[in-house]
Each structure stands twice: as structure tokens, then as C-alpha cells.
Design a protein around this ligand. Structure first.
Ligand SMILES: [Zn+2]
Length: 420
């Protein structure tokens, strides 16, 4: 009715123009507004963000190659078999033997792939101006991360090998279920036990923005004491926010880059998105979605590792799937599997992100704030990919998709008083 009223009023003011043309003309052209945003990222800046992101496509392939080659070396040089024999001489208990094998294995593989990690996480991030870290800080954080993954991965490998001994070739179903429980526990304890090792989490500083955010949180049934600020400017120049934890530890964290660089409307737009993840229980649905991906991963391992052992086990000194020494063969299968599963894992997260985007637009009612944040994120995420490129390689909607979603929402809500 309002649009019709405006159209008639405009027609009355401008009698030379036919009434119908006025009525059908949109009040706000979402497509033109989207294009205007797109035009603000051009030339060298756009070429740089495209190059950074497209380079990432190759990192997926090379990451898989690095994993396959290092595990092959570990098997071919007989290190895996010798490590397993050594662990077997230390203990009669199979679970303990698995742990004794797994801890040095993870350490050695991490050292072998250190140049790759350095290139990907340190050199390349600095090359594109996305990292704030000194080499020393990167290395010490990496060492801490490695210590944690040695504990976590050894327990997981030990547990799964116990299931292989118990259930033989049928271990994969129960293995995937057990992994999900293990991951759920990790997700639950991570915000209180792991995340604080790397960053400081503090309550938001008092002020009007905090009040606006907390009021938006309350309006969406999110308790106010679950909102934190994290000092990620120690590691990166990127703006970000996330939902972490599960059950009693679930929380929303905004990083300090976002608070320092963003306008209040931008911060609220991001908060609306994060509230979406929280309110829509994305932690659970993502866990279930990845559960299916893990189930198929383990099925591939259960079917293919015996084949690899039959073919090359003699040369590697590994014949039994219950032998910890067979684990690198499983990692080779997983490297290929997860590379091929990239479009599915990306689409699973991207669809959740799209859902949170739509929720956030309605919650924050700041479509331009959201579009501006999408433009900032596009300094390192290709802004206008092709349809298939977005499906295969994007774990978040592209800048173009996000701005277009925001502008369409704006077009449909343009008359409301509280839109920013
Ligand atoms: Zn998100």
C-alpha cells in the first residue's frame, strides 16, 4: 500500500509521465546498489584479493600432495614399522602401544611438513599483509598447537585402533560415532581450556554499542554474558567474529580488529550474523553434517587401507590393519578423500553462513553495515566468483552474494524507520 501511495503521489507531481511507469519503478534498485558496492573494489586491490583467494585453490591440492608424500616417506623408509616395533617392546598394552607410536609420528610428520606450514601460515599471510605476527610468535604458537594436537590426535588414533581390533573391518560406523562424541567434548572444552592459551577473551567495554549489541542478543534469546571480545590483532589484520563452544560453554566472540575498524552499524551487522549461528543451533547441525562426512571418510579408510597393505605392505613392513604402523596409509586415504570432499565440506559451511547472513540482516537491520563488512572481507576473498567456483571453493558466501542479499533485503524493507 505504501509503495502504491508513493507511486500515485509521484505520478500526480509529474503528470507528463504515465502513471503505470511510476508504479512499477522500484523504490530502491538492489541490483544497481550491489553494482555500486562492487565498483568500490577495483584495479590492483581486486587483483590482489583474487590472487590471494585463487592461490588458495592450489593450496588444497598441494596440501594433499604434501600429506601423501610425507606419509609415503614415513612408510617407505620403514620408520612407521620400526616405531611400532619400538613401542611394542616398551609395553604389552595395545592402547598404550598406539599412543607411544602416535605421539612421535605426529611430531615427525609435523617437522617434515614444517616448511609447508611456514609458507602457508606465515610467509604467504605476510606476503598479502594479512598477518601481524613475528616469526617467533608464530613459531611458539605453532609449538603450543602441536603439543595440543599430539595429545588430541594420539588419543583419537589410540581409540580408533582399539575399535579396529574389536570390530575388525566393521569399525568405521562406531568409529565415526565415537569421533563425533570426542569432537563434541573438544568443542565444549575448547573455549575454556584451549582458546585462552592463544588469546585473551574479555567482556565488551561499556558504552552505547555494547548496550545495542546486548539488547539485540537478549531480543534473540542469547544470554548477555555469552558475548566476548578477543584480542586477535595479535595474530591477524582480519576482522572476524565467531560462535564457539557447545552447550554450557557456547559463546560469541568479536575480535578487536572488528571493533577498531568497524562502524557501529558494521559491528551490529556482524553480531546479527553471529547471533544467527547461535540461535539456529548451527554448532549442532554442523556437527551432524560433518558426522556424515567423517562416516564416509572412515568407510573409505576401512575399504582402502587393506588394499594398500596387500599391495605395498610387504615393502613397508606393515601387514596388519590393527598395527599402528598402518596409520600413515589411512592418512594417505584421508588426504585424497578430503581433497575430493572440498566442494561438500565448503558447501555445508557456506549454506550455514548464508542462513546466518539472512538471520543477521533481520536482527541487526543494518543492510549497508553488512554490505560494508562484506566488502572488507573481500580484501582477501574473491569478490565475484562464477557460480561453480563459489560452490566448490567458498566456505562463506562471496562478497557479491552477500552484498546482493543485503541490498535485496534493503529493497524490501526500505521504508522501515529503523533501517541503517
Ligand atoms: Zn558465520
Amino acid at each position: 500500500m505504501r509503495k502504491l501511495g508513493l507511486g500515485l503521489a509521484a505520478a500526480a507531481l509529474c503528470a507528463a509521465v504515465p502513471v503505470m511507469a511510476q508504479e512499477t519503478a522500484p523504490a530502491f534498485d538492489a541490483e544497481a546498489a550491489t553494482q555500486a558496492y562492487m565498483a568500490t573494489l577495483s584495479g590492483a586491490a581486486r587483483a590482489k584479493s583474487d590472487a590471494y583467494f585463487e592461490g588458495g585453490y592450489w593450496l588444497i591440492l598441494w596440501g594433499a600432495v604434501v600429506s601423501i608424500v610425507t606419509n609415503l616417506i614415513f612408510l617407505r623408509l620403514g620408520w612407521s614399522a620400526r616405531l611400532s616395533a619400538w613401542a611394542g617392546r616398551r609395553t604389552q598394552r595395545p592402547f598404550l602401544r598406539s599412543l607411544l607410536w602416535a605421539a612421535p609420528y605426529i611430531l615427525i610428520i609435523s617437522l617434515m611438513t614444517l616448511p609447508w606450514s611456514w609458507y602457508q601460515e606465515y610467509y604467504r599471510e605476510h606476503q598479502y599483509g594479512l598477518s601481524n605476527q613475528s616469526f617467533g610468535a608464530w613459531f611458539s604458537e605453532g609449538t603450543m598447537g602441536l603439543a595440543i594436537s599430539i595429545v588430541v590426535m594420539s588419543l583419537l588414533i589410540g581409540g580408533l585402533l582399539a575399535l579396529v581390533r574389536r570390530y575388525r573391518e566393521n569399525w568405521w560406523g562406531i568409529g565415526a560415532a565415537a569421533t563425533l562424541v570426542f569432537v563434541a567434548i573438544l568443542l565444549m572444552v575448547a573455549p575454556v581450556s584451549i582458546a585462552p592459551l592463544f588469546n585473551k577473551y574479555s567482556p565488551m567495554e561499556a558504552g552505547p554499542l555494547r548496550e545495542q549489541i546486548l539488547s539485540m542478543a537478549r531480543a534473540n534469546t542469547v544470554p548477555a554474558d555469552n558475548v566476548y571480545v578477543v584480542d586477535q590483532s595479535r595474530q591477524t589484520t582480519r576482522i572476524s567474529a565467531n560462535v564457539s563452544g557447545l552447550g554450557p560453554t557456547i559463546r560469541i566472540s568479536l575480535n578487536d580488529n572488528l571493533l577498531n575498524q568497524g562502524t557501529p552499524a558494521e559491528v551490529r551487522a556482524v553480531m546479527g550474523h553471529e547471533l544467527g549461528h547461535y540461535v539456529l543451533n548451527h554448532s549442532f547441525s554442523l556437527l551432524l553434517g560433518f558426522g556424515v562426512i567423517i562416516l564416509l571418510a572412515y568407510l573409505s579408510v576401512a575399504k582402502l587401507v587393506p588394499v594398500l597393505l596387500r599391495k605395498w605392505g610387504g615393502r613397508w613392513g606393515v601387514t596388519e590393519v590393527t598395527d599402528p604402523a598402518a596409520v600413515p596409509a589411512a592418512f594417505i586415504v584421508l588426504a585424497v578423500y578430503f581433497m575430493l570432499a572440498t566442494p561438500f565440506t565448503n558447501s555445508l559451511t557456506r549454506m550455514h553462513e548464508q542462513e546466518a547472513d539472512v538471520f543477521g540482516l533481520a536482527a541487526a537491520r543494518a543492510p549497508d553495515g553488512f554490505a560494508k563488512v562484506a566488502m572488507k572481507l573481500s580484501t582477501y576473498r574473491k569478490i565475484e566468483p562464477s557460480t561453480w567456483e563459489e560452490i566448490i571453493f567458498f566456505d562463506h558466501p562471496s562478497g557479491h552474494t552477500r552484498v546482493s542479499t543485503a541490498m535485496k533485503w534493503k529493497a524490501e524493507n526500505i521504508g522501515a524507520a529503523d533501517i541503517e
